[in-house]
Design a protein around this ligand. Structure first.
Ligand code: HEM
Length: 424
């Protein structure tokens, strides 16, 4: 028994109970449920931390539920889509669903520019995507891969003969950020400050702290843009600062909108993925050995890690009134896509809770779908694949350090410390 907000342990079952919270008049009462256990904020110690969300797809439960609590610092109350097909519709149906207004933390700092490309809809969205794309294609990643591998190799070599590392704090937190900062040509000296700001924005839940951190980040990034205009270089930051779309220079709002959103998206997503990936590998010796013995399956294994670790539940806003699964979705309603449910939907994935490192046609939602599918997905994949390959070559069979707390908060910044050990 659990009240749906306190940490869950192995064996706990979430209670699917009415929420006793107000909801708009058009939302039927039986859809208003306490889904807080499924929102990625309740820590648990399950080998598969997202397992509890399965509760939402059990027979007899309506396909569209209402979550009456805040789901960002500035939005409260949303429909929750829990099935693969419904989630896909939300991402792909641009006629009914809009991303304008998503991830707009900057409103808390009194700003009016949109986060780009995420906070825009087609056809405008396509222009920004096309503009940024050249730096994020598989071809661009081929060019980056030697750098990625040299960073990862050097970092591992520094601790390989110690027989121990805090893979979350001393490695996962740093490695992808090093790659990202180099891509943007942002200075590594700002690393700790960037992570502190990002923590306040994504995790403090306190509008004043969010607003304060956003104000500071934006002041920093605006200076960074000005500096790249004065002294252009080959980084993405400079490309945006001096960029053109349709033969005209980008506006100031477009420049800060893109720089800001890349900053937000590029910092801790891969880090959180790494810590959860190593937790699973360190707990499952057989899986670790299987990948170690078959480096040819690293690519499909990474995709499976991504499927079973959907860090972010995205949301969209209805553009018009329409009927869906027995309810009226009203213009302006938010719809949350529980990727943590869709990625385990039996209707799409055979044996969804079996971790299959050779799974084929693994079309999960960890990078969402539709036009807003993560721009950094190829970069993230390349970082994760290079890491697994270089790590397993250099470090023998590893395990969690005895006595370690293996609790996870399913979602971003999921594990702060994860010491692992091996024999040297
Ligand atoms: C494992 C790592 C990552 C995960 C799980 C992830 C997840 C996501 C998700 C869920 C979205 C869609 C958000 C929404 O629709 O509401 C997204 C979009 C985006 N991500 Fe990532 N991301 C990752 C890495 C990165 C990296 C490394 C970068 C940048 C270097 C990046 C940049 C972006 C951008 C620019 C978008 C917006 C795309 C658009 O609107 O067209 N992401 N990401």
């Amino acid at each position: 028994m659990n009240d749906n907000t306190t940490p869950m342990a192995r064996g706990d079952e979430p209670e699917l109970v009415p929420a006793n919270m107000p909801a708009p008049a058009h939302v039927p009462e039986d859809r208003v449920l306490d889904l807080r256990f499924a929102m990625g904020q309740v820590p648990n110690d399950l080998p598969d931390p997202y397992l509890l969300v399965d509760r939402l797809r059990q027979p007899g439960i309506p396909r569209l539920l209402w979550y009456p609590y805040p789901f960002t610092t500035f939005t409260c109350g949303a429909w929750a889509a829990t099935h693969y097909d419904d989630i896909r519709r939300v991402y792909e149906d641009n006629e009914h669903f809009s991303a304008v207004g998503v991830a707009q933390f900057q409103v808390l700092a009194g700003e009016t520019f949109p986060s780009l490309p995420l906070g825009s809809d087609p056809p405008e969205h396509g222009k920004y995507r096309k503009f940024l794309n050249p730096y994020f294609t598989p071809k661009a990643m081929n060019q980056m891969e030697p750098h990625i591998r040299s960073v990862v190799g050097e970092m591992i070599d520094r601790f390989a003969d110690r027989g121990e590392v805090d893979i979350a704090y001393d490695f996962g937190r740093i490695y992808p950020v090093k790659i990202f900062l180099n891509l943007m040509k942002l200075p590594f000296s700002m690393f700790e400050q960037f992570l502190a700001w990002e923590w306040d924005i994504l995790h403090s839940g306190d509008p004043t702290r969010v607003g304060g951190a956003v104000t500071e980040v934006l002041a920093y990034l605006r200076e960074f843009i000005a500096e790249k205009q004065a002294n252009p270089d080959e980084g993405v930051g400079s490309y945006i600062a001096n960029g053109e779309i349709d033969g005209r220079p980008l506006t100031d709002d477009e420049k800060i909108g893109m720089t800001w959103f890349l900053w937000l998206g590029g910092l801790d997503t891969v880090a959180s993925t790494i810590s959860q990936m190593f937790r699973r590998l360190a707990m499952d010796q057989e899986l670790q050995q299987r990948i170690r013995d078959n480096p040819g399956i690293i690519n499909s294994a990474v995709e499976e890690f991504l499927r079973v670790q959907p860090l972010v539940n995205s949301h969209r806003q209805a553009k018009k009134d329409f009927e869906w699964h027995g309810v009226t979705v009203k213009k302006g309603d938010w719809v949350m896509c529980l990727n943590s449910s869709g990625n385990f939907d039996e209707a799409q994935f055979a044996c969804p809770h079996q971790f299959d490192p050779e799974r084929t046609a693994n079309r999960h939602f960890t990078f969402v779908g539709g036009v807003h599918a993560c721009l950094g997905a190829h970069l993230a994949r390349r970082e994760l694949r290079s890491l697994l390959d270089e790590f397993l070559k250099r470090i023998p069979q590893f395990r969690i350090k005895p006595g370690t707390d293996t609790t996870v908060t399913p979602g971003l910044l999921s594990i702060r410390n994860l010491p692992i050990v091996w024999d040297v």
